[in-house]
Structures are given as structure tokens and as C-alpha cells.
Design a protein around this ligand. Sequence first.
Ligand code: SF4
Length: 189
Amino acid sequence: MNNPLEYTARDYTVSLPASEYIAVYRDARRIGACCRVCPNYGRSWACPPFDFDMDEYLSGYRTALIIATKISPVRHDLPISEAQRLLYPERIKHEKALLELERRYGGRAFAYAGTCLYCPAGSCSRPDGQPCRHPERVRPSLEACEFDLCRTTEELLGIPLRWGEGDRLPEYLTLVSGFFHNAGNVTFG
Ligand code: SF4
């Protein structure tokens, strides 16, 4: 029997000056407000509020590399509840590659928004006031840093984000991450 979660995945990347990406695609007021009503707000160390100054965190890099992976399930009747299982293998690939980029070039990685991969669901140490168990692996997402991902993928990569069609998965899901750096030509994957 075929794997019901069979999918195809294609990576898209774009590089632009980090200062331009921050000026045009960061919307602290609007995206920050969205984060504040998310159930993960203040309940995961990967999510805001952060204990660092965001302007400072984003500063000091010449180039922003934006990475999007378009994940298209082969079956078109999958329930929306399968989204995380479908995303999982590609999230693992993104996060591994991002940490490798940081190791090779310095710079700053931004992972995918959503639940953290590194502890069982619902067991983040933050609600208990304890430190993150894996700070060497956890990176906030571009969205957590107040970037507008709808405009990012649509305007920079030509990929409109899709959310779902009723209780069904959309035609494709899009995983977005980023890497700010001062190296020369950095490629992903
Ligand atoms: S690694 Fe664990 S403790 Fe750290 S942010 Fe993720 S879920 Fe929370």
C-alpha cells in the first residue's frame, strides 16, 4: 500500500541585503500582535517574548538568505491534522542544514515557526520557569522575529502561502526559514 504521506518537495532560495529585508519585510507592530494571541506565546523558548533586543539581534549582517520548501502531498484528500507529520521530515532537514550553516559561516539562523522539535509536545520547560533544555539547537523563526512571511514568500519567491481547504490540506505547504550572514556566496542544502 502506498504511503499516504508521500510528497514531493522543492527548495527555493533568494538572497538580498539584510538591511533591505528588515526594512521592507519586518512589521513589528502587526506580526508582533499576531504572536501575542498565539497559544505558544510565552510558552516556548522558541517564541516571543524574548529576553534580547530584537533590533540588536538582527543587526550586523550583510545578507539575508531566505529558504522556502514547497511540500506537495501526492494525495489530495489528506486531513489538515496531518500537516505536522507531513512537515516533520523537511523541518528536520532545514534545522540540520541551518545549524550547519551557522557552524561553517557564523551568522544567525531562523527556523520554522511552530512547535519546537526537540522536546515531546507540550513539555517545554518555559511554562515552569526553567531554562531551555536544548538552547544549542533552538532558533526562533523569522515570524517570531516579526517578519511577514506571506509577503516574503509571495514577493521574493513567487510562492503564495496556503492554509487549508476546509478540513483538508491545501495543494502544498510551505516551510520557511532564513540565514543572516556576512559570508560570500552561501547555498542551502
Ligand atoms: S528544546 Fe524543549 S525546552 Fe527548549 S524551546 Fe524546545 S520544547 Fe522548549
